[in-house]
Design a protein around this ligand. Structure first.
Ligand code: T1G
Length: 697
């Protein structure tokens, strides 16, 4: 056998063991090894039946995503599955961990399936813009019927073993010893009780064809306006399972799979999957041991501080909440209690669990209560002096090994380091509001931050369920820098004739849930106004500055919180409607600048916004604020609603074509050269015939 596929005999049962860490992904070597081991087992006269199992953390979690986009190598996974199904001896698949995608398809091709009680199974390929391409769309419905099969593939949610048993996807669940339970099942099969039964011949799932077709119709209606091709193709394949002979169904599935594999949507979704994991891997994690975090202090209990506290409480960490006085502290605790009460009321959390989490919360109006904290995060207002004072007090109140973190969105973390007794312990943890909901965490590594502090931050991100991205110190780090560029591009079009509604509609059509002006109204216009005022003295006179935002804030139009911003918000209506006063203000601004307004087509709006974002992303990579373009994509997808199936601004720019991006920038450069001039990195990539993706490692 090979070193990633083993074969041995246990009594009269042939045992094939897969061992391809970290998740037994079904890459070429593993597939070839399985076929070789299967042939050995079938030829082995001592083997009456066969068990396929896996070592390590999980039964195969799918095809190897890193092989996608390259010419597939024999044996293809569908071929491996067909070989298992055609075996002349009973084959039992023993599942543990997360048997997903091609891994579960391998199991579906076996004659019997047994799983550990805590295992989950699933066919989540739709999250990658694909469909189960190794027979899953044809075999699963034969076992569990159309409705369960469609839910499995279209929700992409893993199914716990007992539920999978209940709907017919498994034959047994092993309450304790999976291996021996699988052996017993194989022996029962071998002794004639359970002969080989190819899934392709199973009809259990077709028992009620009317209900099956009804499920197909219901899903087709639900998916009528989906911008993604994969869900609809999955429905087609599941319907084909009922209507076509098995081999024809396999061919139908194969054609649909190849169509999706070549789609830009799948390329983008696969890119984000790998970019998220690449962003979480840091050199420091290999060089330094993370420090233990058993108690967290949070200073400031406003919107951000309370959200950060809830994030830590949700992860099982005790939290000490610090405020300037008892009244503020009580208000903060009440805010946290309200968050949990709402979650319980919506059924997202049971009352008892909410109570357990709140029991881990303590508070004091004095940083002296932080003595036993391993990590202290400040979330006070964006004022440098205030943050310096708060961090200095935390530094005095805590142990030498305690990590101090700032949640600042913009401020210079290097400057903050000078305010604490041990600068090497200070790092930026930039959460996004609401902190207990948003997945993105920008980890800002300052000049003196110690490697083990960086390693601790990334380990903490995984523990609290966040998507971490490393950022260098620079105004706005990664996300807010790109957002600012997006806003500049949009504001210039406002000034020249577009309306907030037109710009937001164009960006929603691109795939954003909300357009930029809807986001700004939601966040509050006063926040970015404060930043612009703070930076006013350093503003470059050569850069075009659009005053519309300042004009609105001077009128008190702060967005949803004020009931008026780019849109008007009638009481209780968060969607907003066009603000005629805004349009009048724009006319006033254009007249003052001698601008004759013109119409902006949706394509031009999108192209200008995307070019501005990608160009800013290129600058962030040049300045080493972002490690690679993929990190910029992860930030924009997880922090700013960039449509995941477009992959982020850098992936979308690659898909559009860097020459096109540069052409768009050059068309704009005359009006605002410093902002629109193509980044040198963009020119370099074009010159070398490369894409942003080539820098992702
Ligand atoms: N291929 C290659 N590598 C994979 C992988 C995969 N399918 N899944 C995970 N990894 C790597 C990942 O990059 C990371 O690597 C390590 O494993 C741990 O992953 C034909 C076409 C299994 C639930 O969509 O959902 O089969 O950084 O950090 O949080 O029909 O990984 O350590 O070097 O995510 O514990 C279908 C994708 C594929 C499942 C584990 N399968 N994976 O989560 O660890 S398409 C999937 C996951 C397919 C067939 C089709 C999760 C996980 P490194 P991790 P985790």
């Amino acid at each position: 056998m090979t070193d990633i596929v083993g074969y041995d005999l246990d009594g009269d049962i042939g045992i094939i063991t897969l061992d391809n860490p970290p998740v037994n992904a079904l890459g070429h070597e593993l597939r070839a090894g399985i076929v070789a081991a299967l042939d050995t087992a079938l030829a082995d006269k001592g083997a009456e039946a066969i068990v396929i199992r896996a070592a390590g953390r999980t039964f195969p979690a799918g095809a190897d995503i890193r092989e996608f986009g390259r010419p597939p190598q024999d044996p293809w996974l569908p071929e491996v599955c067909n070989r298992i199904e055609a075996a002349t001896k009973p084959v039992v698949a023993a599942l543990h961990g997360t048997a997903l995608g091609g891994g579960f398809e391998l199991a579906l091709a076996a004659h019997f399936r047994i799983a550990a009680a805590d295992a989950v199974v699933g066919l989540p390929e739709v999250k990658l813009g694909l469909l189960p391409g190794a027979g899953g769309t044809q075999r699963a419905p034969r076992l569990c019927g159309g409705r369960h099969a469609l839910d499995l593939m279209l929700s992409a949610r893993p199914v716990p073993a007992r539920k999978a048993l209940e709907i017919g996807l498994l034959d047994e669940v092993a309450e304790d010893d999976l291996y021996h339970a699988a052996l017993a099942l194989a022996r029962k099969a071998a002794n004639g009780g359970l002969p080989p039964r190819p899934t392709r011949e199973r009809r259990r799932g077709f028992a009620d064809p009317v209900a099956y077709e009804q499920a197909v119709r219901e899903w087709r209606e639900k998916l009528a306006n989906s911008p993604l091709p994969a869900p609809g193709r999955i429905v087609d394949c599941v319907e084909a399972a009922l209507l076509l002979p098995f081999e024809a169904g396999l061919e139908f599935e194969r054609a649909a799979f190849e169509e999706l594999m070549n789609s830009p949507q799948s390329a983008a979704l696969r890119h984000v999957f790998l970019a998220e994991r690449r962003a979480a891997k840091q050199p420091e994690l290999k060089q330094a041991e993370p420090r233990p975090i058993n108690r967290v202090g949070v200073i400031g209990s406003g919107l951000m501080g309370s959200g950060i506290a809830v994030t830590m409480l949700d992860a099982g960490l005790p939290v000490t909440l610090i405020e300037r006085d008892q009244e503020s502290l009580q208000a903060g605790i009440s805010r946290i209690e309200t968050i949990y009460a709402r979650a319980a009321a919506r059924g997202r959390l049971d009352e008892q669990e909410a109570g357990l989490r709140l029991a881990r919360l303590s508070g004091a109006p004095d940083p002296g209560a932080l003595g036993d904290a391993d990590l202290v995060i400040e979330a006070v207002p964006e004022d440098m002096e205030m943050k310096k004072a708060v961090l200095a007090a935390a530094g005095r109140a805590t142990r030498p090994g305690t990590i101090l973190a700032t949640n600042t969105s913009y401020l210079d973390v290097n400057a903050l380091q000078v305010s604490v007794p041990r600068p090497e312990n200070l790092i930026g943890l930039h959460f996004f509001s609401p902190a207990h909901v948003m997945k993105l965490l920008e980890i800002v590594v300052a000049r003196q931050t110690a490697p083990d502090v960086v390693a601790t931050a990334f380990a903490l991100a995984r523990r609290i369920g966040k998507v971490p991205v490393r950022a260098g110190v620079g105004d706005g780090f990664i996300g807010n820098r790109v957002l600012t560029a997006w806003r500049q591009a949009a504001d210039e079009m406002l000034e020249e004739g577009a309306t907030p509604c037109q710009i937001d509609a164009a960006m929603r059509e691109f795939g954003f849930r909300l357009g930029p002006y809807q986001v700004l109204d939601l966040a509050g216009l006063d926040i970015s106004w404060a930043r612009r005022k703070r930076l006013a003295s350093t503003r470059d006179p050569e850069e075009r500055y659009v005053e519309i935002g300042d004009m609105m804030c001077e009128l008190g139009w702060f967005g949803q919180k004020a009931g008026k911003g780019y849109y008007l918000y009638d009481s209780g209506d968060r969607r907003g409607r066009e603000n005629p006063d805004m349009l009048a203000l724009l006319d006033e601004l254009r007249a003052a600048r001698g601008i004759s307004p013109r119409h902006f087509p949706a394509d031009e709006i999108r192209n200008r916004c995307l070019a501005a974002m990608a160009n800013q992303g290129a600058r962030l990579v040049e300045e080493e604020i972002a490690r690679c373009p993929g990190d910029v994509d992860v930030v924009m997808v997880h922090g700013f609603g960039f449509p995941r199936w477009r992959g982020g601004p850098m992936q979308a720019a690659d898909a559009w074509g860097l020459l096109q991006v540069r052409k768009q920038l050059q068309e704009m450069a005359e009006g605002n050269p410093k902002f629109w001039t193509p980044a040198p990195l963009l020119n370099e990539l074009i010159k070398n015939g490369m894409k942003f993706a080539s820098l992702n490692g």
